[in-house]
Design a binder for this molecule. Structure first.
Ligand SMILES: Nc1nc2c(ncn2[C@@H]2O[C@H](COP(=O)(O)OP(=O)(O)OP(=O)(O)O)[C@@H](O)[C@H]2O)c(=O)[nH]1
Ligand SMILES: [Mg+2]
Length: 306
């Protein structure tokens, strides 16, 4: 993806993506980079932590910040996720506000809008209306209008993660709104997150796709071993669940569920690492970890008092 102007100054900056869960933040980031670095699933609350995704084009470096979707929390974990999103959003050079064109504004979209309006010194904003590929042409104008009405002062661009030309337009719109600045990261660096941590996120996303209802939300993934071997990467990870009954569900009859999760996650990790991966999963119980500050801290969630 390239930007065109010839006499251009180099621009750079941090661009947090704000939006409710499931709106398509992580998918958009992967589409910008052309490679999977962020975990995606059809279920809400897939992303649990901030993650940088670095897009370097000839005259700009855009450092996207993927954030957990802002939502009404039901656990300490949810509170940490919202706090991480809020902190990323406040610190941006430009906030990319994402709304999903396939449904009218939801209560959570309104919550996102309100959180943005409450910022004491808000950075500039740009609105992206996404999932354009799923909206019938005769619906589009009305849908855009209702989202525009949420933030009337903010320019809006329509986009689809599956339509590269829309991504080019969005990159140009972002670049124009960034300050002059240096190239912060080498151009081949796509993210600052360690591959082993991304692997953990991909395993969790596979759980979200394979398991129903609340069960996958009770899972935390810890990578125990990550080794480069001659034939590929060897990764051993533990899936922590909250109750004994969930352990049985995650393993499944004759370990069939754990195998399905493993196969799905392995393929995604292989696509990210561009090499063969051997994935070894086990399941353990850690009672009520989502409300346990010590456990949350062990899983890498910052536990600021809240
Ligand atoms: N057809 C289509 N589907 C999309 C598009 N963008 C996202 N999706 C789908 O929307 C779902 C949610 O995408 P995510 O990227 O995980 O959403 P998110 O905003 O990161 O969600 P959280 O991490 O839960 O906050 C997935 O099933 C994606 O495949 C798009 O442009 N077109
Ligand atoms: Mg996400």
């Amino acid at each position: 993806m390239t930007s065109t102007s010839k006499t251009s100054t180099y621009r750079s900056g941090f661009v947090p993506i704000a939006g409710r869960p499931n709106v398509g933040k992580s998918t958009l980031i992967n589409a910008f980079l052309g490679q999977p670095v962020a975990a995606v699933s059809p279920r809400p609350q897939t992303t649990q932590r901030q993650q940088l995704a670095i897009l370097t084009v000839p005259d700009a470096q855009i450092i996207f910040v993927d954030t957990p979707g802002l939502h009404t929390p039901r656990h300490r974990l949810g509170e940490q996720m919202n706090a991480a999103a809020q902190a990323a959003i406040e610190d941006g050079d430009l906030i990319l506000v994402l709304f999903d064109l396939t449904v009218p504004p939801t209560d959570e979209d309104i919550q996102v809008r309100d959180a943005l309006l409450e910022l004491t010194s808000p950075p500039p904003m740009l609105m992206a209306l996404t999932k354009l590929d799923l909206v019938p042409a005769d619906r589009l104008a009305d849908r855009c209008a209702v989202f525009q009405a949420l933030l009337p002062e903010v320019d809006a661009v329509t986009v689809s993660a599956h339509q590269p030309e829309t991504l080019t337009n969005l990159v140009d719109a972002i670049r124009q709104r960034l300050p002059e600045g240096p190239q912060y990261y080498p151009e081949d660096e796509l993210t600052t997150t360690y591959a082993r941590d991304i692997a953990a996120e991909f395993i969790r996303a596979a759980c979200l796709r394979q398991l129903r209802e609340e069960v996958p939300y009770c899972i935390a993934v810890r990578v125990d071993e990550y080794k480069e071997r001659e034939k590929g990467a060897y990764i051993a990870a533990t899936l922590f669940v909250e109750r004994d009954s969930q352990k049985g569900i995650v393993i499944g009859s004759k370990a069939s569920m754990l195998r399905s999760i493993g196969t799905m996650a392995r393929k995604e990790i292989e696509a990210m690492l561009e090499q063969k991966v051997f994935l070894d999963l086990r399941v353990k119980v850690m009672k009520n970890w989502r409300n346990d500050p010590a456990a949350l801290s062990r899983f890498g969630f910052s536990v600021a008092d809240s």
